[in-house]
Design a protein. Structure first.
Length: 115
């Protein structure tokens, strides 16, 4: 079973930046469709950004122009660069990987945007 490990969360002031990274236990980044989800307190988990195995990307409207998802096949990592962060971006962010019927989740990393 693939394990997904997130890193890079933390606290930042509004307008700041953070970079999240997801490192799978197996060499899957080049093969799996991968993405980032987030869940704020009292809200449902939502898709933030997604990147397919062929490099196509999708962004939620709320993060378009501010977040960038990328994949490094050589390093087997998938990152989310988050710029111009807003308080409403505060949530636990989860790495996600999909291939066929397999869906994997990381343990989550907290992102807090507050002045």
């Amino acid at each position: 079973q693939v394990q997904l490990v997130e890193s890079g969360g933390g606290s930042v002031q509004p307008g700041g930046s953070l970079r999240l990274s997801c490192a799978p236990s197996g060499s899957i980044v080049s093969v799996y469709d991968m993405g980032w989800y987030r869940q704020a307190p009292g809200k449902q988990r939502e898709l933030v950004a997604h990147i397919t195995s062929d490099g196509s990307t999708y962004y939620a409207d709320s993060v378009k122009g501010r977040f960038t998802i990328s994949r490094d096949n050589a390093k087997n990592t998938m990152d989310l660069q988050m710029n111009s962060l807003k308080p409403e971006d505060t949530a636990v962010y989860y790495c996600n990987a999909r291939l066929g019927l397999y869906v994997g989740w990381g343990q989550g990393t907290q992102v807090t945007v507050s002045s």
